[in-house]
Unconditional design. Structure first.
Length: 307
């Protein structure tokens, strides 16, 4: 058994580890851990308490993947619900689809009785308002929100700087390997922007035969490189988990223009090995590791510069 989460998993890691130790399936344990983080407003881009988009709306994303069936459930740009990870899980359970977004996702969340919530907390509203007052011209304020937003995207903020998006990878004692993610994505993003967290193959991927991977940071980079899927594929082709992650980092070196920023990659294999790398980051990027015995422990990620 193994559990790897990023630092934002702090509030959920004891519960997920306890459940895995008690023999619960990996997806149940991941969902229970992520729900705790989504409900806590002190984690500033997962669920309640996240940073808003340019219009001061909270649009949340999440994904789960069962590496044994290769079923996933993903939800993107959902407003007004608390436990995105559970909505994603129900998409996997109840629908012949893998991914719902926006209004359709909200309709589905309502249909299944998901917990409605006002996820925008007062502090997020205050910070957004200060940005609005400081940044926009009087003419823009007057016309708001009917102004072009594209130019304002340069203010988008990496949630990692606020220590946010969460990713969980787990291998349970029945040999299932699963993944889960939940986030509000980059603050001040263009409305409707999806990062990698809900995109299977980019922000997460799990295959019980080989392992799993999940990423945080600049989702635009891992979407372009299909990072999570690539790592699992490199393992399928015989690479160790460490080499598979380094190969995926190397893929990022081909990225030209666009948003190039920080990405943290987390990966596990079937043999209890793992690798966590902070691309363009530092060892201050910490993650949680529980290896099936004792307490989960915090470890520093290996920092790698792209250039
Ligand atoms: N990967 C997330 C996104 O692009 C953000 C993050 O994890 O920092 O939305």
């Amino acid at each position: 058994m193994i559990l790897v989460t990023n630092n934002e998993g702090t509030l959920g890691v004891p519960t997920t580890a306890r459940m895995l130790a008690a023999g619960h399936p990996a997806l149940d344990a991941i969902e229970a851990g992520i729900r705790l983080i989504e409900a806590d407003p002190s984690v500033r881009t997962v669920g309640r308490g996240g940073w808003p988009n340019l219009l001061c709306e909270l649009e949340l994303d999440a994904c789960v993947m069962d590496g044994t069936t290769l079923r996933s459930g993903a939800v993107g740009a959902l407003k007004g619900y608390l436990h995105l990870v559970s909505v994603a899980r129900e998409i996997m359970r109840r629908l012949p689809h893998e991914f719902l977004v926006g209004e359709g996702a909200a309709r589905f969340a309502h249909e299944i009785g998901a917990t409605p919530a006002e996820n925008l907390i007062e502090d997020s509203r205050r910070v957004w308002r200060e940005w609005f007052d400081r940044t926009l011209t009087p003419a823009q304020k007057q016309a708001w929100p009917n102004i072009p937003l594209a130019e304002l995207c340069r203010h988008a903020i990496d949630p990692e700087t606020g220590r946010d998006t969460t990713v969980f990878l787990a291998h349970d004692n029945s040999e299932n390997i699963c993944s889960g993610t939940s986030t509000s994505g980059w603050g001040w993003k263009y409305p409707g922007r999806l990062g990698d967290s809900p995109i299977v193959g980019a922000g997460s991927y799990a295959d019980t035969r080989y392992g799993a991977a999940a990423c945080t940071g600049a989702g635009e980079m891992t979407i372009r490189c299909c990072t999570a899927r690539s790592i699992v594929l490199y393992m399928k082709k015989g690479a160790s988990v460490a080499d598979a992650v380094l190969e995926a980092v190397d893929d990022m070196r081909a990225l030209k223009t666009g948003l190039i920023n920080r990405v943290t990659i987390h990966a596990i294999d079937t043999g209890g090995n793992h690798k966590v790398v902070a691309v363009n980051g530092s060892a201050a990027n910490v993650y949680w590791l529980w290896d099936g015995t004792g307490d989960p422990r915090r470890c520093p990620a290996e920092a790698i510069a792209l250039r």
